[in-house]
Write a protein that binds this ligand. Structure first.
Ligand SMILES: [Zn+2]
Length: 537
């Protein structure tokens, strides 16, 4: 241990066996401050506060039975990382540790006046209330914009709608309360910085004893951004415990894609990468395929997932979360650590939430090379681009060239489905921007089958669309395809895939949906480009 950081004992000899009250009085004497108290420098979540206490003079008090608890070790690591003074810990029973926090709350208050606490608590109640309202509507994301006034938007089936308006002072307090309620932040709230935080639904909001996220919400992820012409812009993703909530009206792939996915699931080894931009449905695709694989194999496989955070429960899987992270850098480190641990835990199948770093990519590839069936997601625009992205991250081409390793490349988008009650025929709308392109591409017969979004009706609550549907492209590789693609010959690789492997592009899948009247011409062109242009790779 670093000598510089350790200066003597936390509790002097002789006081060790004294009554708790005497020890507590000693600890709080001479202006010594409890830095792990709620609202203090190193505020810990409520559940960790009963395990460890850390004071400004370097005293560390730890519950004896929790000396190897991850939460305790994480704080000790953090103290070391921040080069803070830490005395030799005093190991005691839980009663002393929680007594310390009780004494803090009762006597010292840390300069926080009663009225201030009440006020914060009210804002936290508002925070829970708004999440509750969103959850009741199965909203996927809440956006809060604080400017001259505060506007709260709910995203439902991909569309944003302004639902609430308040003044800007309320917004400022609301955003602060949201940040203060989260689990992750040992950093202080900073108005002009990009900050992220998350709140686990299983523990009370930080600084409260009995205020929890609404039922059915297992957590929320929050991103705090500064904005021009305003003060703050916050995006919150709601994580539901029932995976179909929040995406309730999301329709799965068609039969053709389902068949290919089943083939990918049946391979005993190798890697499948699901690519797509944010909110393209890639993580629900991953989770759904893992659930189906477990079922298909009669739950007789060891399926381990590494996710940050786990978004949906997968029955029958071992889901390993990324724990005890205090900042972004540490998160990536811990993610790699969890992934390495998963590989050492005898998995048959491994699901890696999302590959963001080279070290995570290398471990994932290693898993596939060493005889596991591995599924992961990547932020990339097409199936081909997923391969390029792995190369760009630094994964060596020779590792990706083996078709028993690099099995599948999947890419997708979520398209809004037209309301069947109020959709309108494109043929009747000669001035619609897509009219001429559809006519040129599919002729009169094609045109007659295509619909566009109508004005909205009672059935679709005036939106013109109801729910969304997945469409995508799936490449099951072979060695010729991989050789062409990894040599950078994308055009020939695509041609080979389409002609020799029976491939079907995202644009083709989406066109089929358009010609069936399921999605509108405008929606198709929005996601896959204009109909008279070739697809983009
Ligand atoms: Zn309608």
């Amino acid at each position: 241990m670093n000598e510089k950081r350790v200066r003597g004992l936390s509790i002097p000899t002789g006081l060790e066996n004294a009554p708790h009250k005497d020890i507590t009085d000693y600890l709080f004497s001479n202006g010594n401050r409890l830095l792990t108290a709620t609202g203090a420098d190193l505020a810990l979540p409520e559940d960790t506060q009963s395990l460890i206490a850390y004071f400004s003079n370097g005293e560390v008090i730890i519950s004896r039975t929790h000396r190897y608890d991850g939460r305790v070790l994480a704080l000790l690591e953090l103290l070391a990382a921040q080069n803070r003074t830490a005395r030799t810990p005093f190991y005691s029973d839980l009663g002393l540790v929680s007594g310390i926090y009780k004494a803090y709350a009762a006597n010292l208050g840390g300069g926080v006046s009663k009225s201030r606490l009440d006020y914060d608590n009210q804002m936290q109640k508002d925070f829970v209330d708004i999440i509750g309202r969103a959850a009741a509507q199965k909203v996927s994301d809440i956006h809060i914009e604080v400017a001259d006034q505060t506007t709260i938007y709910f995203r439902l089936d991909g569309s944003m709608r302004a639902v609430l308006e308040y003044n800007s002072a309320w917004g400022e307090s609301f955003v602060r309360a949201a940040f203060a309620s989260s689990d992750i932040s040992n950093t202080n709230y900073a108005q002009n910085e990009y900050q992220s935080a998350q709140k686990d639904g299983r523990t009370p909001l930080r600084g409260t004893k009995d205020l929890y996220l609404p039922d059915g919400i297992i957590g929320i992820r929050m991103q705090f951004n500064p904005i021009a012409f305003g003060s703050r812009y916050v995006a919150m993703r709601l994580l539901y415990d029932n995976p179909t909530e929040g995406i309730k009206t999301e329709q799965e792939f068609g039969e053709y894609e389902q068949r290919l996915l089943m083939r990918l699931r049946s391979f005993p080894t190798g890697m499948t990468v699901v690519a797509g931009p944010t909110s393209s449905g890639k993580s629900t695709t991953l989770v759904r395929n893992m659930s189906m694989m477990l079922k298909e194999r009669n739950y007789e496989i060891n399926l381990i997932t590494v996710e940050d955070p786990a978004e949906q429960k997968i029955f029958g899987a071992h889901q390993m979360p990324v724990v005890n992270t205090y900042n972004e850098e540490q998160r990536e480190e811990k993610f790699t650590e969890a992934l390495a641990a998963a590989l050492r835990s005898d998995p048959d199948t491994l699901m890696v939430g999302e590959i963001r770093t080279l070290s995570a990519a290398q471990l994932t590839v290693k898993g596939a090379l060493s005889g596991h069936n591995v599924w992961t997601t990547l932020h990339a625009n097409s199936a081909m681009a997923a391969l390029t992205r792995l190369l760009d991250m630094g994964v060596e081409g020779f590792k990706l060239k083996d078709e028993t390793m690099m099995r599948g490349l999947v890419s997708m988008r979520l398209f809004k489905k037209l309301c069947p009650y109020c959709r309108e025929r494109l043929a009747d709308q000669q001035d619609h921007p897509s009219y001429k392109r559809v006519l040129d591409a599919f002729g009169e017969i094609g045109l007659a089958q295509v619909y566009v979004r109508g004005a909205g009706c009672e059935q679709c609550k005036g939106l013109g669309t109801i729910g969304r549907i997945k469409a995508g492209e799936i490449i099951i590789t072979d060695s010729t395809f991989l050789t062409l693609a990894l040599a950078g010959d994308t055009g020939r690789a695509i041609k080979y895939w389409l002609e020799n492997l029976g491939g079907r592009t995202l644009k083709e899948s989406a066109t089929e949906l358009m010609l069936a009247g399921v999605i509108g011409a405008g929606e198709l062109e929005r996601w896959v480009g204009l109909l008279d242009q070739p697809g983009v790779y």
